[in-house]
Ligand binder design. Structure first.
Ligand code: GTR
Length: 326
């Protein structure tokens, strides 16, 4: 339908067009776990629009939102094999594949979202993006994932002691399992799409995420206690399959890279607005938000997590440089 529209538009415009628009010769399939309208989905749509315009309709991006192509961990694998061309995911599920992503998934590694931006927009960010290459992915751009905090169905969490024995879902990465253990809770790694029903049926007590995900997933309907301890600020990444990338001409590769870059400020604006809207919606629905919390004990409890996961000189150096970034 989209192809037909582009073609009809070109035909209607007729001779007036210097470069006639053709139907998409290449359509890049892009995956996202989030629903339509979510900032990451809209940012990739924006990128697709730029790519399509600049290639005169020859190169297109088709986005499959709402986990239509599967849960993140599976789509990451399919992207490696070129079944999926592009993927917008959290860095978390990449941890076991691309070692460097572990560093930016460490609890409290970033002091704030601004700190995360300064690191990811600079040479460290470039270095981590390049680290995807040997694993079959082309890193295109970073998106935002705000800061992640705990929510649960049982009781307000006001200190680490309140987490004791709680079953908390985490993203599928060892770092997050160890993080929960170090905080005294029991970690349950699960795909995102299983969290709602798992809380509802009591398989788990809660999970952790940012405002927009807490809201758009509907998790706030089944877990009303939200504690703003902000233990994780994990950047998100837009990657392309190396297999799909290699099928593009160098000109098209440059076009895709540039469009991805230009989608970042769009994403950040959408994110800021959505965070606010999500918070308002969740609060209006009766969530109990615990904003006053002493983060120091949480930060101190993370020492063994760093010791276990930051082992190579390369990772140690990255951690030191991130911490030294103003
Ligand atoms: C969201 C993130 C997703 C996914 C999800 C999760 O904040 O944007 O990519 O990682 O969290 O918890 O699985």
């Amino acid at each position: 339908m989209k192809h037909l529209t582009t073609l009809s538009a070109a035909l209607l415009a007729g001779a007036a067009l210097a470069t006639p628009a053709f139907a998409c010769e290449i359509t890049l399939k892009s995956s996202d776990t989030h629903p339509d309208g979510y900032p990451t989905v809209e940012a990739v749509k924006h990128m697709g629009k730029l790519v399509e315009e600049r290639s005169a309709g020859r190169l297109c991006v088709e986005i499959f939102h709402s986990a239509q192509l599967g849960e993140e961990k599976d789509t990451i694998e399919q992207t490696k094999f070129g079944v999926i061309d592009m993927n917008r995911v959290s860095m978390g599920p990449f941890n076991n594949l691309v070692e460097e992503t572990k560093v930016v998934s460490l609890p409290y590694i970033f002091r704030s979202v601004d700190h995360m931006h300064r690191v990811m927009d600079g040479p460290i960010g470039d270095e981590i993006l390049a680290a995807f290459a040997p694993h079959g992915y082309v890193g295109l751009a970073y998106y935002d994932g705000g800061s992640r905090s705990f929510y649960n169905s049982q009781k307000p969490i006001r200190s680490m002691a309140d987490l004791a024995g709680m079953k908390v879902r985490v993203m599928q990465s060892d770092i997050f399992v160890d993080m929960m253990t170090a905080m005294g809770a029991s970690a349950t790694p699960l795909p995102y799409g299983e969290v709602y029903s798992s809380i509802q049926t009591g398989v788990i007590d809660g999970a952790e995420n940012n405002w927009p995900s807490f809201e758009s997933s509907g998790h706030f309907e089944v877990a009303k206690y939200y504690t703003l301890d902000e233990h994780l600020i994990v950047p998100e990444v837009l990657v392309m399959s190396q297999i799909s990338w290699d099928k593009l001409t160098p000109e098209d590769q440059a076009l895709v890279r540039q469009a991805a870059k230009e989608s970042v400020p769009v994403m950040r604006d959408l994110w800021t607005a959505r965070e606010k809207a999500s918070e308002e919606k969740v609060r209006a629905a009766g969530a109990e938000v615990i904003a006053e919390i002493d983060k120091t004990p949480f930060i101190e409890a993370m020492v063994p997590v760093y010791e276990k996961h930051v082992t190579s000189d390369k990772l140690k150096d990255l951690v030191t440089r991130i911490q030294a970034t103003e």
